[in-house]
Design a protein around this ligand. Structure first.
Ligand code: NOJ
Length: 737
């Protein structure tokens, strides 16, 4: 019987479903079984999200569906096509097995929420759970019951374009957001009409691509894989995810799509995963390009035998698995296992009982669109990170000051970010419109583009400088466009594109106070006029409500409360750059003078320009009175930690207090710090609040010399503070058993 994970079907219901599935399996031909393992993009629909693969014609695809050779379709838009395909499957195929419709619902469907990296900056997993829930409600009302999300890859190299789809560099934050998003997509019960099956991806290590180049080789120690890259997947599965996507990349010579140690060893044997594994797009066929399979037949065999149950788009399983089974090279039992996993999940989704649910126009909208827009605004404003605010330049005044809004992102382009492949239901509002609506007089705002994203405009800089001179404050809206992050969108350089940097430098020279609004899908290396600006806000890609959310923060209606989920380095050459690094044998300590023969660059310090966890609000918060319950933690005990946070400002503060630990010595070297908890709290002006944490032995776990989870007694440092490089420090000893 299936474990009861996302909501509970009763034992009796489950065994009836199991009996029905076994009876079906007993009646299926080998080809029909392989059909349940074959997933395709719909023929004749142009969704720009993947390279073109050899698409069948619509007629051929419909014939295949009638013949039971297709398990589902993905990323197709429109109810009509889905309904026709489902009718062919349910009413015209021999066994009437329903199709499942999947899609990359990454940060919204009709309402566009902030990109996942931005939402991680809220440090509010509960917020990400709500936006995932809303996305599932919208997409399931359009017949989609399966999302290829969340992406839970840890990303420590800002060049990698896909970091924008995940929760950043940290394992603890990654785990919290992975679980929250799965809960949001799947809801409390997978059989409900508005539940979507979640697919944590890309299993595994995809974010560790060499040079930050998408699809590139990964070579990781098993320890780092287990300690850093696998835990978010484990959290997603523990939260109930019943499908998982095997990745494009190899690790140490073994492509993940055909990695038995990962797909069968870790997933099935160690973690007891009950769902099915779907390949990434044509990843089985790509085993040939990897040089891991000589031809399609070998590729299909290797991927399938390693544990990839469902093949996405290549058609290789349909072409070769029947022959491989007939030749005895693929056991029938392996085929039946894979089919059983898929059918069980289809049953859990209620597809057998109600295959047309969500596919009828008459079903009408089953979600509250205005409420979702309000949620998009809330999520967007809470994802913004204030990096600096010299002289309290922000919030901006609504009257009495002339503002020049300069840069290529003032309007409504590039609000959404990657993976916005379905049409929005409400026209988005950009920064210019939103700012103008806040001003006492609309002509206090002058808007000058100044530069294109990647190229200068004739006379652009001169016009921008003139506007800056004529204004009291400059708001500079610069950064990356939507094409600069996401799949296949790695950059070799993480600086602001040159044309915009030239604009920023020229505008800075005009001498007016500058607020930078960064549009970005990654950590950036900030230079010159951008770095020196008085105030900097990281505004990512915030979705449908970008303009209103930014204006909310600019004018102080919302106090910025985001914190960086990725470190901003000093220079682009420092990447991969992340806070939780090892010490080395020759550490150059942050507060010590630079020395030769230490682990440092000649031309940059090792500090982040803005560290992981950093972010300011409009009030100041003081940390003091750190109390650690005892200097000793018993082996089976726990340790309570408390710090006092005081709002010394005149506005409400919202603070993210972060708990870090660092083992002084162990049988395997440990990072300088590791995040072990955080609390986001509101503090009224002039008041104090206590934040509490509890550590136990499990929090001190690492992967030992034997590659197994290990805890060792000994001294630990701990910090409670506002970022990965600050905080009040204390220590404790874990006493031996
Ligand atoms: C390739 C991407 O790597 C994956 O994340 C996505 O789900 C599939 N294409 C399907 O669009």
């Amino acid at each position: 019987m299936l474990a009861c994970m996302a909501g509970c079907t009763t034992g009796v219901q489950q065994s009836m479903a199991d009996a029905r599935i076994e009876s079906l399996i007993g009646r299926m031909t080998v080809e029909e079984k392989v059909g349940q393992l074959s997933l395709y993009a719909p023929a004749g629909v142009d969704i720009v999200a993947n390279p073109q693969a050899a698409q069948q014609s619509i007629d051929q695809q419909m014939a295949d569906i009638r013949a039971g050779r297709v398990t589902g379709l993905f990323n197709n838009e429109g109810l009509e096509g889905k309904r026709r395909a489902q009718e062919a499957a349910v009413k015209e195929s021999r066994l009437g097995i329903p199709l499942i419709f999947g899609a990359d619902i990454i940060h919204g469907f009709r309402t566009v929420f902030p990109v996942p990296l931005a939402e991680a900056a809220s440090w509010e997993p509960a917020l990400a759970e709500r936006t995932a829930r809303a996305s599932a409600q919208e997409a399931s009302a359009d017949g989609f019951r399966w999302t290829f999300a969340p992406m839970v890859d840890i990303a420590r190299d800002a060049r990698w374009g896909r970091g924008v789809e995940g929760a950043g560099e940290d394992v603890y934050v990654g785990r919290q957001f992975a679980a929250a998003r799965v809960r949001g997509f799947q809801g409390s019960d997978l059989s409900r009409a508005d539940a979507m099956l979640a697919t944590p991806k890309h299993f595994a290590g995809y974010g560790a691509a060499e040079g930050g180049l998408d699809y590139n080789t990964v070579d990781l120690s098993e320890r780092t894989l287990r300690e850093v890259y696998l835990p978010p997947f484990r959290s997603a599965i523990d939260a109930g995810a019943l499908s998982i996507m095997s990745a494009f990349n190899e690790i140490g010579g073994i492509p993940s799509n055909a990695n038995a140690a990962l797909l069968t060893g870790v997933l099935r044997k160690e973690w007891r995963f009950q769902g099915f594994v779907v390949s990434d797009y044509t990843a089985d066929e790509e085993l040939i390009a990897h040089g891991f399979a000589a031809d399609g037949r070998e590729a299909a065999r290797r991927a399938f035998m390693a544990g990839t149950d469902v093949s996405m788009q290549s058609g290789l399983y349909m072409k070769y698995l029947p022959g491989l089974v007939a030749a005895g090279e693929v056991p029938k039992s392996r085929l039946d296992d894979a089919v059983r996993r898929v059918l069980r999940v289809k049953a859990r989704l209620g597809l057998f009982d109600q295959p047309f649910r969500g596919l009828d126009k008459q079903d009408g909208p089953r979600f509250d669109a205005p409420a979702h827009q309000a949620l998009a605004r809330e999520a967007a404003s809470r994802s913004i990170v204030l990096l600096k605010n010299e002289g309290d330049l922000l919030p901006l005044p609504r009257s009495g000051k002339k503002i020049a809004l300069i840069g290529p992102f003032a309007g409504i382009s590039d609000l959404f970010g990657p993976w916005r492949i379905f049409p929005d239901q409400a026209p988005p509002m950009g920064i210019e419109e939103a700012m103008r609506s806040r001003l006492a007089s609309p002509d206090l705002l002058t808007v000058v583009r100044g530069s294109d994203v990647d190229a200068p405009i004739a006379g652009g800089i001169a016009a921008a400088v003139a506007a800056a001179r004529d204004a009291d404050i400059v708001v500079l809206s610069i950064g990356e466009n939507e094409q600069m992050s996401g799949e296949a969108r790695s950059r070799s350089d993480i600086e602001i594109p040159k044309a915009q940097q030239d604009l920023a430098d020229a505008v800075a020279a005009a001498g007016k106070p500058v607020v930078v609004l960064l549009r970005n899908g990654r950590a950036l290396a900030l230079e010159g006029g951008v770095r020196q600006a008085s105030a900097i806000l990281v505004t990512w890609f915030l979705g449908s409500q970008t303009g209103p959310a930014i204006a909310d923060v600019l004018y102080g209606d919302v106090n910025p409360s985001g914190r960086l989920p990725v470190s901003f380095p000093q220079t682009p050459g420092q990447v991969p750059y992340y806070y939780s690094h090892k010490r080395t044998g020759r550490p150059q300590l942050a507060d010590a003078p630079a020395q030769m023969y230490k682990a440092r660059y000649l031309d940059a310090t090792n500090d982040a320009l803005y560290p992981f966890g950093h972010g300011l609000g409009y009030a100041r918060v003081r940390y003091d009175a750190l109390e650690v319950q005892s200097g000793r933690m018993a082996w089976d005990g726990s340790l309570k930690i408390r710090a006092r946070l005081s709002n010394t400002g005149r506005r409400e503060a919202e603070e993210v207090a972060q708990l870090y630990i660092g083992a002084r010595s162990a049988s395997v070297t440990r990072p300088v710090r590791e995040l072990k908890g955080f609390r986001k709290v509101r503090i009224p002006p002039g008041e104090s609040t206590d934040v509490d944490f509890t550590l136990s032995r499990a929090d001190l776990m690492f992967i030992g010399q034997n590659l197994k989870p290990t805890v060792e007694s000994g001294p630990f440092d701990l910090w409670v503070g506002p970022s990965a490089t600050q905080g009040l420090k204390s220590s404790f000893v874990l006493v031996p058993e």
